[in-house]
Design a protein. Structure first.
Lengths: 146, 107
């Protein structure tokens, strides 16, 4: 049987875990995740639009939409898109694999954010270019885990 | 019992049109970082991969991490040149693969 006390205790421990987890992430780890993705290639500031709320009241589910400016033709298209949240316990959130069949380089999902932090999007193109963009998000209540 | 994934896909499109597909599957996306009320870690269990093929050809896929919110939602675009069937697949950490199909008529 679940008592009200159990629920309160449960919520308390969830909050504790969150603080412990969030402390485990460093900007260095986020940078390492980006480096692993681009493999030392220089990343230029690119034409990527990151649609995120300025203030996310609930870090457990934050809508994210990404549009990379690309013709998406057979010889010039976005191949991979990496999403990194630098203050999450696990900074790498997702890698999307696209191709010319996508027609447009647009992806949307919902992410977890542990704290107020920057979300970085890195895109690789079929021509070997690497472009990057970043957006800050204020998070009122952090999402547990990363 | 796994809930059926939800897919939003236009039933028809014009040849060469870029359509948007929205997908959602019910899943906790347990991060592996949380602990239960006895302090024991709750093991990680997430959808770690999603793929979408059209007539057998891969069109979109995603490697997902615990930082993706519960009930993972994914929206993406596809340029359709012919009628056919989309096959969607969600890969769980426990090895389960959930699939769903969606047909489109292209004129």
């Amino acid at each position: 049987m679940t008592t009200r006390r159990d629920i309160i205790l449960g919520a308390g421990s969830a909050a504790l875990v969150l603080t412990a987890g969030a402390a485990g992430a460093t900007p260095q780890e986020a940078a390492a995740a980006i480096q692993a993705f681009i493999g030392g290639k220089p990343a230029a500031k690119g034409n990527i639009s990151i649609d995120l709320p300025e203030i996310a009241e609930n870090g457990n589910t934050v809508p994210l939409a990404i549009t990379v400016d690309s013709p998406m033709t057979a010889d010039d298209h976005v191949t991979e898109v990496l999403v990194v949240a630098e203050a999450n316990p696990l900074p790498r959130l997702a890698i999307f694999h696209l191709g010319p069949m996508a027609g447009r380089a647009e992806v949307a999902t919902r992410i977890r954010l542990a704290a107020t932090e920057n979300v970085t999007v890195v895109a690789k193109t079929s021509k070997g270019a690497v472009i990057m963009a970043q957006k800050p998000v204020k998070v009122t209540i952090g999402g547990c885990g990363g | 019992m796994v809930e059926k994934p939800r897919i939003k896909l236009p039933p028809e499109a014009k040849k060469g049109e870029v359509i948007e597909i929205k997908t959602l599957i019910a899943h906790d996306m347990e991060t592996g970082l949380r602990k239960d009320k006895d302090g024991k870690p709750i093991p990680r269990k997430i959808i770690n991969k999603f793929t979408c093929d059209f007539n057998g050809k891969p069109v979109f896929s995603a490697d997902l991490e615990p930082g993706i919110a519960a009930n993972p939602y994914l929206a993406f675009t596809v340029r359709v040149e012919e009628s056919g069937t989309f096959r969607f697949a969600w890969f769980d950490d426990d090895g389960t693969v959930t699939t769903a199909d969606g047909a489109i008529k292209v004129t």
